[in-house]
Design a binder for this molecule. Structure first.
Ligand SMILES: NC(=O)c1ccc[n+]([C@@H]2O[C@H](COP(=O)([O-])OP(=O)(O)OC[C@H]3O[C@@H](n4cnc5c(N)ncnc54)[C@H](OP(=O)(O)O)[C@@H]3O)[C@@H](O)[C@H]2O)c1
Length: 331
């Protein structure tokens, strides 16, 4: 029986989670797909840092070694706009389906990659770029079949939420909590992307692509982080029964899409009031269904791998559906 061949870009938190899940859930995957899934090659920056138990998997630091002409799917779990964009573009041009977790790359190039994928008759999955393990993208797409979505709001940066929660609960300053967050792996050594709102902004751009088919103009965008919030501000808010949450909000009025990524004071009737620590939440307002709020792990090895593998299954289910649609009905 032939296998579905996968080339994996990156073997960090997400890449390891994907490799592990393909191994631990091989039987389930094979049952769902009718074929085994075989990771053939893994690309990293520094091969000396890594060992892979399965000796049939090629570990390389050279993109050309991946032999994409033999791959069916490329899973992108590397960091930053480049070389991620170039690699994903080449993979699509070689006829591979792509699944990416790389939100920064996808926020910048999502639209052109989706067009390129359409041109080459392949699919591109990007569930893992927003909300880690929460199935945000699939939910939005399902709703959009019939609903008009008017607003999407999210606590979509776990590091910021972790810091705000710990400042409030422990009475510590931003700097003190950031240091513990870095020590315990909840924040990067350079935390700028998270605490200045860039990460949430990139995710908001991806959501905007999905919901409105375009991104907000810079003049309709606000991007602020949490680094200016003082413990005195938090204590004062607490005394009034309020909490600071770092919220990314997308709204469309007429032809204008607005994007506000900033700390917001909320009261206990807000759906994000009890979203604490590294949890993420996304709230969707749609004209027929009303409000839906999704809550769950916004990052981490296995939650993110779950989103990647969900995309993988969805991709093949879509393929077989479109094949069936092309077959004449026998009566
Ligand atoms: N971590 C999460 O929970 C999470 C959740 C959702 C989405 N994401 C996104 O998923 C992606 C991966 O995140 P991560 O946390 O797994 O990152 P990570 O732990 O830093 O791992 C990144 C991996 O990519 C490899 N890599 C980086 N640049 C490369 C290059 N130029 N060429 C070849 N390989 C390269 C690294 O190789 P070396 O190991 O040799 O350095 C490493 O194995 C990022 O785009 C991130 O934004 C992460």
């Amino acid at each position: 029986m032939s296998a579905i061949h996968v080339a994996l870009l990156g073997l960090g938190t997400v890449g390891k989670g994907v490799l592990e899940t393909i191994h631990t859930h091989q039987e389930r995957l094979q049952f769902a797909l009718g074929k085994p899934v075989k990771v053939t090659a893994v690309l990293v920056r520094n091969v000396n840092k890594h060992t892979i138990q399965d000796e049939t998997i090629l570990l390389t630091d050279q993109f050309e070694d991946l032999q994409l002409e033999k791959a069916d799917v490329v899973i992108d779990a590397i960091v930053g706009v480049e070389p991620g964009f170039t690699y994903v573009r080449k993979a699509i041009e070689k006829g591979c389906h792509v699944i990416t977790a790389n939100k920064e790359m996808f926020a910048h190039h999502g639209k052109e990659l989706m067009e390129l994928a359409r041109k080459h008759h392949v699919s591109i999955g990007f569930e893992a770029t927003v909300g880690g393990g929460i199935p945000v993208i699939q939910t939005l797409r399902k709703l959009l079949n019939i609903n008009r979505i008017t607003k999407v709001e999210g606590v979509i940066n776990g590091t910021s939420n972790f810091i705000l929660t710990n400042m409030r609960e422990k009475g510590l300053s931003f700097e003190e909590v950031l240091k513990t967050a870095q020590e315990s792996g909840y924040a990067e050594a350079d935390p700028t992307n998270d605490v200045e709102g860039f990460d949430a902004y990139f995710k908001a751009l991806v959501l905007s692509h999905v919901v409105f088919g375009e991104v907000p103009k810079p003049e309709h965008t606000v991007r602020k982080g949490i680094s200016q919030i003082k413990i005195e501000d938090i204590n004062h808010a607490t005394s009034l029964g309020l909490k600071y949450k770092h919220i990314a909000k997308l709204e469309k009025q007429g032809d204008v899409i607005t994007c506000n990524v900033e700390p917001v004071l909320i009261s206990n009737d807000h759906p994000f009031y009890s979203v604490e620590g590294v949890q993420n939440a996304v709230s969707i307002d749609a004209d027929i269904v009303g409000n839906i709020t999704l809550l769950g792990p916004g990052a981490g090895k296995l939650p993110t791998a779950s989103a990647v593998i969900e995309d993988f299954l969805h991709l093949y289910q879509e393929q077989s559906l479109s094949y069936l649609k092309q077959q004449p009905l026998e009566v």
